[in-house]
Write a protein that binds this ligand. Sequence first.
Ligand code: G3H
Length: 491
Amino acid sequence: MKNVLLDGTLKPYKGNFINVYSPIYYQGTQERALIGSYPDMTPEDSIKAIKAAKKAFNNGKGEWPSMTPYERINIMNKFLEGLEKNKIGIAKSIMWEIGKSWDDSLKEVVRTIEYIKDTIKAVEDLYKNKNIKSVNGVNAYIKDTPIGVILCSSPFNYPFNETYTTLIPALIMGNTAVMKLPHYGVVCHYITYQLFKDIFPAGVINVVTGDGPNTLKPIMETGLVDIFGFIGTSKAASTIIKYHPKPNALKLCLGLEANNVGVILGDANIQKAIPEIISGCLSYNGQRCTALKVLLVNENIYEEFVKEFSNAVDNLKLGMPWEKSVKITPLPEEKKPKYIEELIDDAIQYGGSICNKKRGGIIDRSIVSPIVIRDAKPCMRVVKEEQFGPIIPIMKWSSISEVQEFVMNSNYGQQAAIFGEDPDLIASAVDCFVFNVGRVNINSQCQRGPDVLPFTGRKDSAQGTLSVTDALKVFSIPSVVAIKSKEAGLF
Ligand code: G3H
C-alpha cells in the first residue's frame, strides 16, 4: 500500500516503507511470505494527521460535528455498504497477515459490520425522544455532544474489529479521528482508505502507520488529542498517555491486559466443560485478551481433569489458517515461539511439568503446538505474565479461599469463568470475583461478546466501558441548557 490518507487526500507516500511479512512461509523455505508494505510515517506526518482532525472538528463547528445524528447515520450506512462489498477481501487479508483461521477472519469482519449496524440503531434510539427534564422548577434540555478528536490505536489480534470498536462510536457521535494501525494487521485496512476518502468529509478520519515513537508520541505531545481509545498492553498505554502535556485532561477508553482465570469446581461435568474450556484457552492460539490463561482445578477432580484436558488438547488440528476445522495456526509475532519456550523452562524450574503427550512447543517455525503445564504455581512467569499464546498452566486447589487469595493477588481483573453444577458452590466461586473482575461467566468461556454487553475490567485490565450503547456515552458529553420555569420565577 503506497498511499496515505491525511486531511481528505489519498496520495502516494513519498518517504520510507515497512514491509509486512505473513506468519505463513513460502513453501519449502525459511522465508515468511511478503504480503505488502506500509508508509513508515514520520513525526511531521503524524502531526499533520492530528492537526487535520482538529481542523475538521473546529471546536464543534466543523461540517461533521455540526451534522445531525441522522445525517451522520446516512454517511455511516454508505460506509457499511462498502464494507459489505469488500468483506471477503478484508477477511483474506486478516488471514494472511495474522494467521487467523479463515472462519474467524471472516467472523471478525462480519462482527464489525453487525457492530456498526447495532451502533446506528443505538444512536437512533438515543435521539428518538428529545431529552427534556422538568425538575424543581427547572426545565432542562440535554443533548449528547461530541468531545473532539479521538486517537484510536488497536492491537494485532483483532486488527480490524478492535479498530472500529472505538472509531465507529466516536465518529457517529460527531468526533473526528486519527487511526493508528498495528504493524501486524495494517494491510486489511487498505480497502477502507478509499471508502473513508470517498464517503466522509475531509479530515474526519486520518490514518497513521509506522512505529510508536514516530507516530503516537508526537501526536500526543501536540496536546490536541481529546480522547485516547486504546486496546493493547498496559505498559504501552501508560507510556503513551504520559506524552500528553495534560494527561489528566485526556479522556481514556482503555482495553488492557488480562490473565483470566477458569475455576473448575469439584462437581464440574468434565466432558461437557472441556470443549468450552479449550475454546476459551486456545481460540486463535490463545492470542485473545479474553482467553482463559490459568485453570484452577479442585483437588477432587484434578487428576481426571488434567488427563482428559491434555488428551483433548492433543487432538486439536494444527495447520494453515485456510484448512478446514484447523484450530492452531501460525503465530504472527516472530519472537513469540522463543518466549513460549522460556516460559516452559521457567515453569519446569519451579516444579511444573508438561502433561500432554504431544508435549507441545515449536513444531514448524511459526506454529507452536499447545502446551499444558500441570502443578503450576503463582510464582511462575506463565501464571503471572499475560503470555498471549498456546500454553495453559493448571493449578490445584482444595479450599475456595485459595481461589479467593489467587484472584485478590492478581494485578488483572478482566473476566473469569466458573465450571460446576451445584448452585451453592457456583455462588461461592462467584463471590471470589465480585469486585475483582468485570464479568463472571458460568459454564462458559470468557469473551467480549455479545457486543451489547458492557466490556470492561478492574485493576490493570481496563479503564472505561465499551459496548454498543456504553461507547456512545464514552465518546460524547452531555450538554445541558437549563431555564427556570415561569412558575418558579426568574430570581
Ligand atoms: O483480545 C481481546 C479481545 O477483546 C477479545 O475479544 O472475546 O471477542 O475474542 P473476543
